[in-house]
Write a protein that binds this ligand. Sequence first.
Ligand SMILES: *Cc1c(COP(=O)(O)O)cnc(C)c1O
Length: 378
Amino acid sequence: MQIPFYRVKLEEEDIQKVEEVLRSGWIGQGPQVEQFEKEFAEYVGASEAVALSSCTAGLFLALRALGIGPGDEVITSPLTFAATANVIENTGAKPVFVDVDPVTCNIDPVSVKAAVTPRTKAIIPVHLYGRPCEMDRIMEIASKHNLMVIEDAAHALGAAYKGKPIGSIGHVTSFSFYATKNLTTAEGGMLTTDDPDLANKIRILRLHGISRDAWKRYTHSSPVHYQVVMPGFKFNMTDIQAALGRNQLKRFHEIQTRRRRLWNMYRERLKNINGIRLPLEEEKGIVHAYHLFAVLIEHERITRDEIMNQLAEMGVSTSVHFHALHLQPYYREKYGYKPGDFPHAEHISTRTLSLPFFPSMSEDELEYVCECLKKILT
Ligand SMILES: *Cc1c(COP(=O)(O)O)cnc(C)c1O
């Protein structure tokens, strides 16, 4: 059997909706994007949503719009995708990594608090694998030190913390619709916030810094001129993507129900195997987004990488989320990070293994992955 790490499975209706846009005479940013923003904001309980070309663009524009740049520090987790720290670096600010909690794998509020300096401007918590961070404690630190909280929710669409959906808690939240994420527009992202001025600024920044309000000053009878009010970017979404996203949002509950079922099936099949630590069971007050099924390989005889190779030989593709960022050459060389700086993140980084996990995975496929793992480990 060949099991891919991820297989995109769109419904016939998703394809139809895209086709309608393709035939409509308007394929750029238009009415579909506007509708998608409205429906998404409502879904996560935020007052504003801004559709973008990626989650990376969202994180970057949030920092930019908040005026974060040279001389500033932004605290984040080293156990994340490159984008989370790269965007901080690209504003000219300094990414400050802090260690994660060894159980939740998420940024540790105690370490966040200890890393705050007079230069700190923001915190970017990452809801790793779809498990929400300790948002109460993070928001408390932020409010005490007047910091902005920009959530990297690339894994967290569908997650909730103490009754509040992710997307309605921090000052800004950035979601990803990359091909393998819980909802996909092939490439795409969405930023949510309750601050209308900030949302407006980001809407201007996403499209060349052209003010839409300026358009309104012209009547229908006069020519439409625009005004460049800031040096913006080209980070907008198209109606083709939005149509795809809207149709998945409509059945998102169904998608998540399937993910949850497969997740619990994995947990059930893999329990009581020596040397493998499973993700936490369902926790009170937490709704997991079930984005990745990542296990920790804590075996005395065999390493994570050896298991990955053996699984690959058996036809099972796996992945690693993530290799600790502070030990990547760029961050190491620029900031002098070294092994031992963040022991929990490093422990997880060398042992975490993401198993094939996607809604269209069949139960036979899941069984096969578990059988292979058992064969290797026992
Ligand atoms: C996928 C991902 C991103 C980037 O999302 P894009 O939409 O591809 O820009 C950022 N952070 C994390 C944790 C991710 O997994």
